[in-house]
Design a protein around this ligand. Structure first.
Ligand code: MRU
Length: 351
């Protein structure tokens, strides 16, 4: 199956349709969601996941709340849905960015008829999705400029087409390479404990796309780098601070530290919606902590850790800007000092 034929998230008639990522790669199942609580739950449970994809899902969720609201309660229902959706996950700024856009779209037409409001909200959510596809393509083109035949690319978590409306961010350069006929790349996917987005999703995408793909456990990355197999690293991100500190899936900062040790270029792929101009450094990025069961029992036939043990399960970590070779945005590649580079490309606009 060509992974680019998958619709990660889209509006179909009167429902948000997502591919249930918790079931991949074993089962391809689409879910139709209509109500705000079920959309929030899908985001919380990672049925739809990846920073840009949850922004798009939330935007459609906000529109659907208005679509189903009675005329008299439209504003309250819409604003309440935005609040509920904003509480579904804390780290990816794309979620808040998309909801801010929906609130602004509402404010612009609030004096109009309920149906005009609904159609403006629908258009805004669709624009967020369409722009995301173009942004991902553009990141892919800039990333492609860094690739050469035969290179080994390491990635962590999944920042592929499943994490966006299409193409992905960290895997977008690989899709661009395939388009350009550069087919000799090797992709290494960190499995990405505890939720295995690398093994289940990135490996699925890359194998399905016909790419030479190798899966490794997270603790094998150092050995792979030492063996000289990794030429470049591409990762996605959930929030970038003004100084370039970048939050991404837990384990990313360790990969960056290893990359610095072995002299391997480490690139973060970040759509402008992931750059948070309100945050100065990574210390201010809120980190999601998830349930202990993800570590102690999920994926195991039987619980594998003793009852009573405490579990440390942050979903994200922050990679220091100093470890990042460059940040690939849809407007170009930014190198340190990042704040200056973002400003030059007009990426620090007000949220
Ligand atoms: O918890 P997840 O699976 O939503 O985490 C996703 C990541 O960390 C991705 O790398 C990030 O959102 C970028 S997706 C283009």
């Amino acid at each position: 199956m060509d992974p680019l034929t998958i619709d990660t998230v889209k509006l179909s008639g009167d429902a948000l349709v997502i591919i249930d990522q918790t079931l991949l790669p074993n089962e391809v199942k689409y879910l139709s969601l209509r109500e705000t609580p079920e959309i929030c739950e899908a985001i919380r449970l990672l049925r739809v996941r990846g920073a840009p994809a949850i922004g798009v899902a939330a935007a459609f969720g906000a529109y659907l709340a208005a679509y189903y609201a009675p005329d008299a309660g439209l504003e309250n229902t819409f604003l309440d849905a935005c609040d509920q959706l904003a509480a579904s996950r804390p780290t990816a700024v794309n979620l808040f960015w998309a909801l801010d856009r929906m609130r602004s779209a509402f404010a612009k037409v609030s004096a109009k008829s309920p149906d005009e409001i609904r159609s403006a909200l629908r258009a805004e959510a669709q624009a967020i999705m369409d722009e995301d596809i173009e942004i991902s393509r553009s990141i892919g083109r800039f990333g492609l400029g860094l690739l050469r035949p035969g290179m080994g690319i390491l990635t962590h978590c999944n920042a592929g087409t499943l994490a966006t409306a299409k193409y992905g961010t960290a895997l977008a350069p690989v899709y661009a390479a395939l388009d350009a006929g550069l087919s000799s790349l090797r992709v290494y996917c960190d499995e990405t404990r505890p939720l295995l987005q690398g093994a289940r999703l990135s490996a699925f995408e890359m194998v399905s796309a016909g790419v030479d793909t190798t899966l490794l456990c997270d603790n094998m990355a150092s050995s792979l780098m030492k063996a000289g197999k990794v030429d470049i690293i591409f990762v996605g991100c959930d929030r970038v601070a003004r100084n370039g500190d970048a939050a991404n899936k837990i384990g990313t900062s360790g990969v960056a530290i290893l990359a610095a040790h072995y002299g391997i270029p480490f690139y973060v792929c970040a759509p402008s919606s992931t750059i948070d101009p309100a945050i100065t450094t990574g210390a201010d990025i809120p980190i999601e902590f998830r349930s202990p069961e993800e570590v102690t029992e999920l994926w195991y036939q039987k619980r594998m850790a003793p009852e009573g043990v405490k579990v440390y399960n942050p979903a994200f970590d922050v990679t220091d800007a100093a470890l990042i070779t460059g940040i690939i945005t849809e407007r170009g590649l930014v190198r340190a000092p990042f704040e200056e580079g973002f400003a030059k490309l007009g990426l620090l606009g007000k949220r």
